[in-house]
Design a protein around this ligand. Structure first.
Ligand SMILES: Cc1cc2nc3c(=O)[nH]c(=O)nc-3n(C[C@H](O)[C@H](O)[C@H](O)COP(=O)(O)OP(=O)(O)OC[C@H]3O[C@@H](n4cnc5c(N)ncnc54)[C@H](O)[C@@H]3O)c2cc1C
Length: 316
């Protein structure tokens, strides 16, 4: 029986794909394997099994230290052959986007990255991805025997337990160390942010006239207990770092509440907030596209609305 193989360097993303992989495997009559590399990964077998994986291929090969993409691609190619996998699901993280085509090249497989939905239609999988800068959705079907899909994190909901055997298999790998050498490692400047997991997000856009004014957004975010995020438009000015960008080139979020301030609502931004439970927007332009998506809106000048909101909320 052919297998579906799942991998991500981020366990939460891997488990989401395992859950979806189980559903697809059941429908297609395929088994489900996952791979995890590095020290103590075998301890995760229970979690992978509880999400539907039949087998978890593990390795602590020293060449995998640092999870260099070239070595991981080779390791996954070998695991895919060992597992008899004809389909590989990878999380389309920054690393995953680089990993998927490298792996596909090694396997002679077709590859789609940035997948935003994967639907079984007439026995074959149709992958959707945003195209033309996010202005349209392309539906793509791989006709190769081996297939690699890199799926954007948070595309699938984990909905209840589905047991798999979760058997641990020590992968038989023959790896060379990466040709790229790690010279030094230092933490990113600025605060670390995890927009993927944030429950409340305040997104700021080019409606702010200068960098210092973003402080108004930061103040409201602090009162709301929200993470501060931004549009690419704002980050391109260098006012906030890239890891705070939401959208096609940034984070895909799923907060309970998203407040857009001075954000026009272009599709390249809104693809990253479309799963928010509640969206509110503040914008001077009543025809701004963000209002078509928003549950609540204030047509007004952020320089007047934000201080008033902060005052009201602090008084509560
Ligand atoms: C391939 C590609 C990928 C992209 N990826 C991303 C991405 O991942 N994320 C992303 O965000 N963008 C992305 N973009 C850019 C995107 O197309 C938009 O240009 C960007 O999102 C616009 O940012 P903005 O809303 O801050 O600015 P604008 O579109 O300039 O909007 C500013 C808004 O502020 C309002 N405003 C002005 N003054 C005030 C005020 N005083 N009070 C209240 N409101 C005010 C205006 O009415 C306007 O609606 C991408 C573009 C391309 C081509």
């Amino acid at each position: 029986m052919a297998d579906i193989l799942v991998y991500s360097e981020k366990q939460a993303a891997a488990l989401e794909l395992v859950f979806k992989g189980k559903e697809l495997g059941t429908a297609l009559g395929m088994g489900l394997s996952a791979a995890a590399f590095g020290p103590a990964v075998a301890d995760s077998a229970g979690a992978f099994g509880a999400h539907g994986a039949d087998r978890l291929f593990v390795s602590e090969d020293p060449a995998l230290e640092g999870l260099s993409v070239d070595v991981v691609a080779e390791a996954l190619a070998q695991v895919a052959r060992e597992a008899g996998a004809t389909m590989v699901l990878i999380a389309s993280t920054r690393r995953g986007k680089e990993l998927a085509p490298r792996l596909a090249q090694k396997l002679g497989a077709g590859c789609v990255t940035d997948v935003s939905s994967l639907v079984l239609t007439d026995g074959s999988l149709v992958a959707s991805r945003y195209a033309f800068g996010g202005n349209t959705v392309a539906r793509e079907n791989l006709t190769t025997e081996l297939k690699v899909f890199a799926v954007m994190p948070k595309t699938f909901e984990i909905d209840g337990p589905v047991a798999g055997a979760g058997a641990v298999v020590q992968a038989a790998l023959t790896l060379q160390p990466s040709a790229a050498k790690m010279v030094s490692r230092r933490p990113k400047e600025g605060d670390a942010v995890n927009l993927d997991a944030a429950e409340r997000i305040l997104g700021v856009g080019r409606g702010f006239a200068k960098r210092d004014d973003v402080g108004l957004g930061e103040e409201l975010a602090a009162v709301l207990g929200a993470e501060l995020a931004c549009t690419k438009g704002l980050s391109d000015f260098g006012w906030l770092p890239e890891d705070r960008v939401i959208g096609l080139s940034g984070a895909k979020t799923k907060p309970d509440f998203y407040l857009a301030v001075g954000v026009s609502g272009q599709i390249q931004h809104t693809v990253g907030i479309s799963s928010a439970k509640l969206i509110a927007a503040i914008n001077t332009d009543k025809d701004a596209p963000i209002f078509q998506l928003a549950d609540y809106g204030i047509v007004g000048d952020l320089y007047e609305v934000l201080p008033a909101l902060v005052e009201k909320l602090k008084a509560l």
